[in-house]
Design a protein around this ligand. Structure first.
Ligand SMILES: [Zn+2]
Length: 114
């Protein structure tokens, strides 16, 4: 799977992680899949209502449902994924590798890490 991230989405991802650092951030990725089957991430939207902790993050179920319903009414943008950060907490040093929970989560959605 190939993914391109727009400059705006990249900055939103970065600022989202920096803003809540020492706790994990969470958000959604909006965009589309082009004719070559490449994911184009146009926007990264941080979840303000996420329950942030030092070693995990959870979306707010009610807010998430409301967001999905709203986004379903926008024909030019699709929800193509989500994101979260890993912080430098305790023995963890902001590792970029997926955690075992991440691997299980994406495997259940038929997504692979490259
Ligand atoms: Zn993770």
């Amino acid at each position: 799977m190939e993914v391109y991230i727009s400059a705006n989405a990249f900055w939103a991802l970065l600022i989202s992680a920096v803003e809540v650092y020492k706790r994990e951030c969470f958000g959604i990725l909006l965009g589309y899949r082009d004719s070559a089957n490449i994911f184009i991430v146009e926007h990264a939207i941080s979840y303000q209502t996420a329950n942030r902790r030092h070693t995990s993050v959870e979306r707010n179920g009610r807010a998430s449902k409301r967001m999905h319903k709203f986004l379903a009414n926008l024909p030019h943008l699709s929800l193509i994924g989500d994101f979260h950060s890993h912080t430098g907490w305790g023995d963890l040093r902001g590792v970029g590798a997926p955690s075992s929970e991440d691997v299980v989560s994406v495997a259940s959605r038929n997504v692979r890490f490259l």
